[in-house]
Design a protein around this ligand. Structure first.
Ligand SMILES: [Ca+2]
Ligand SMILES: [Ca+2]
Ligand SMILES: [Ca+2]
Length: 698
């Protein structure tokens, strides 16, 4: 089901910003975070020099999310992806906490900067509820120096990097006659960019909050004709701003003080000033950043006819029990609260934000990936300082917070894992490149699409389930990659671009495509049901909405794998189908030393990641794949190893006192055969050992 984010009440209740009488103008600190930054120095000096000596408000926000997933999988584990607050201008996440009884582990997937998404691996169950909490620092920006008159930029005056924010897209149809007409009516009356932005805002807030047709549509043209939710309001605002020559993009946010879920607003660029936020449903312009937490800053390629980043994923999932898939329960809830407010010098506030963004980018780069013992120690030390810093900022000790975060930065910078590199990339412009397909009937074809998408994602060629017509009923066919080597890696992501027009009714997808992985080329296991956007927007006929999907492959590290796109249609109603292009695998090589590469797909399920004093094991905390062990309990089989692989403790179900152990990284290690339990080291035997990293803290 597709659910808009109804936030009217919440917006009306949004807290007024706390004003400071002697506040100095706020300038963007040159933080430059968001890209892969492992080896770059932290620009402390430039940040410190960036502002005057006024005082500025700094806010600590606590954002929470509750995601419910209906388990329908025939596989042991599956992957869900979701949005959390990202490092973005005035905001800087301090720490993320994720808990779910069914969760094996999670990682951050770095998308187009500054966007990050979390991919969590869950053990199959009838349903799972995942909670996350993100602590986020936000510096006040009341836009005190926002100019009242700005001329429109002359052609060529905008930096090249801003031109993409003027593009027409499927959801923000800048070149549509209706959008152009409304933009022209604004431009006829003013030479002031600020006035034009204000006029766009007036148009947007007058758009009725209604959805008169099914299926729901969320693009700008539909919204201007019929009304919409905040999603449509933001797309309309983006399209109108762009049509006026003002760079703009939609932002997905969680409102502070909001009572439910996420919300769409708009970000627009004022030349010689910077980005300014506009709330396009109720009309706050500018919208001050301390009142919302950004979880996604859209690029034009994110703007699809059905762009639904609700609780889990931005895209539809396959959801038919017969295919062994799973689906999100779209009733996920998000909230953001004001935790702490403090005032400090502009320099220190700017520095704290920039430092926190830097630390969080490094933290998210290394969290959950396979590191060498030395790197694990450095990571654990960094995490310890990060946690200590959070406690200090919760008690309004900003100098103490900064000192701890500086330590965290130094520790994270000591991690030696190599930068992310592309391990495999295929655009299909030179033929099949080792890819194979089959099934009955087999619909997969390689070439130029003449039905469905207007173009391949890259070049001329892509794969499609029939390139020149709709797919057939009762298809069951697959498209498989050649073997891809994932050995000696610390992390690996699978990425691809997918275009979908398939049978779906309110989120139930009847003709699904999903991703499977095989170690032996014979047995393929589902990896994720995330399938990219599905187009059924009646206002958009020639859609080019290719979705970029990225998935986590860490459970296959050490192996050579084949990935496969599996398509299946039911017995009635056909559409253009599924199209695949630009498949790529990226990964990070570890530093020196032996990595604790996870080797088992099903591991301890209920174990916390960060342990303080007591390590609690539940009786059922053993691999579901081994029913004999489950019936016998854990105690003979479970030990705690240090990073050198030495046994430091026998573990038993229930509380285990770990207070005497030094803080750092340890591994809860489960042996599936009795004879190996006393070996004392991780022997790497793939089928006999299950390892889970825990971090002991004071
Ligand atoms: Ca291509
Ligand atoms: Ca054909
Ligand atoms: Ca069908």
């Amino acid at each position: 089901m597709r659910r808009a984010f109804l936030l009217l009440a919440a917006l009306l209740l949004a807290p007024a910003p706390v004003m400071s009488a002697d506040r100095a103008p706020v300038r963007e600190a040159p933080v430059g975070c968001g890209r892969q930054i492992a080896v770059e120095p932290f620009p402390c000096e430039s940040v410190v020099r960036a502002a005057g000596d006024g005082r500025l408000q700094l806010y600590l926000r606590r954002a929470t999310g509750r995601l419910r997933v209906l388990g329908r999988a025939s596989c042991d584990t599956y992957q869900i992806c979701f949005h959390v607050p990202i490092p973005f201008r005035e905001q800087a996440p301090v720490l993320l906490e994720v808990t779910c009884p069914q969760m094996v582990d999670y990682r951050f997937i770095r998308e187009e900067p500054p966007n990050l998404r979390v991919a969590a691996r869950l053990v199959n169950a009838d349903s799972a509820v995942l909670h996350w909490t993100s602590w986020v620092l936000v510096k006040q920006n009341t836009y005190p120096d926002l100019p009242t008159y700005v001329p429109f930029p002359a052609p060529g005056e905008l930096p090249d990097s801003f031109r993409q924010w003027l593009d027409t897209t499927d959801c923000c149809q800048v070149s549509d006659p209706l959008v152009q007409f409304k933009a022209d009516s604004i431009l006829d009356t003013t030479t002031n960019l600020m006035k034009a932005a204000s006029d766009v805002n007036v148009i947007c807030r007058r758009i009725p909050w209604q959805f008169p047709h099914q299926p729901l549509a969320f693009d700008a043209v539909y919204t201007l004709k019929w009304g919409n939710s905040c999603t449509g309001h933001a797309h309309a605002g983006t399209a109108l701003l762009r049509a006026c020559g003002i760079p703009a993009r939609p932002l997905l946010v969680i409102m502070v003080g909001a009572v439910q879920d996420m919300h769409w607003i708009v970000d627009y660029y004022v030349p010689s000033y910077g980005w300014v936020r506009m709330e396009t449903s109720l009309g706050n312009n500018p919208m001050e950043p301390q009142n919302e937490l950004v979880v996604q800053a859209c690029t034009p390629s994110d703007e699809f006819p059905v762009w639904f980043p609700c609780a889990i994923d931005a895209e539809f999932h396959t959801s038919d029990t017969a295919y062994g898939m799973w689906m999100p329960d779209w009733g996920g809830g998000h909230e953001a609260f004001q935790a702490v407010t403090m005032g400090d010098s502009t320099e220190r506030v700017n520095y704290a934000i920039a430092l926190t963004q830097w630390v969080y980018n490094l933290h998210s780069s290394y969290w959950g990936i396979s590191l060498s013992p030395a790197d694990s120690t450095a990571f654990a030390a960094g995490l310890g300082h990060q946690s200590a810093a959070l406690a200090l900022i919760q008690s309004r000790d900003l100098p103490g917070y900064v000192a701890e975060m500086q330590q965290a930065l130094a520790d994270y910078q000591a991690v030696s894992a190599a930068p992310v590199e592309t391990l495999y990339s295929e655009d299909f412009e030179n033929g099949q490149a080792g890819w194979t397909h089959g099934g009955a009937p087999d619909e997969w074809e390689l070439g130029v699409p003449t039905y469905g998408p207007a173009n391949a994602h890259s070049g001329g060629n892509c794969w499609g389930t029939n390139l020149d017509g709709p797919y057939a009923n009762n298809d069951d066919c697959w498209l498989a990659s050649p073997p891809i080597d994932l050995s000696r890696l610390a992390s690996a992501n699978l990425g691809f671009w997918v275009w979908n027009s398939v049978g779906d009714v309110y989120g139930e997808v009847y003709d699904p495509v999903w991703v499977e992985v095989s170690r032996d080329g014979a047995t393929f296991k589902p990896l994720s049901s995330r399938m990219g956007g599905v187009n059924d927007d009646p206002e958009i006929t020639a859609v080019g909405g290719w979705s970029h999907v990225q998935l986590d492959l860490v459970q296959y590290l050490g192996d050579t794998v084949q990935v496969r796109f599996h398509f299946k249609s039911d017995s009635q109603v056909v559409f253009a189908g599924s199209y695949i292009d630009d498949v790529h695998v990226t990964g990070r090589r570890p530093g020196t030393g032996i990595a604790e590469t996870p080797t088992a797909e099903v591991r301890t399920t209920n174990l916390q990641t960060i342990v303080r004093g007591v390590l609690f094991l539940q009786n059922g905390d053993c691999p579901a794949s081994n029913s004999m062990r489950c019936s016998e309990g854990l105690s003979p089989f479970c030990i705690l190893l240090d990073i050198a692989g030495r046994k430091v403790l026998d573990l038993h179900p229930g509380p285990n006192d770990v207070r005497r152990l030094s803080p750092g990284v340890y591994f809860v290690t489960e042996y599936s055969v009795v004879s190996s339990q006393h070996s004392g080291t991780v022997d790497g035997a793939r089928n006999t050992v299950h390892v889970r990293k825990v971090i002991l803290q004071r």
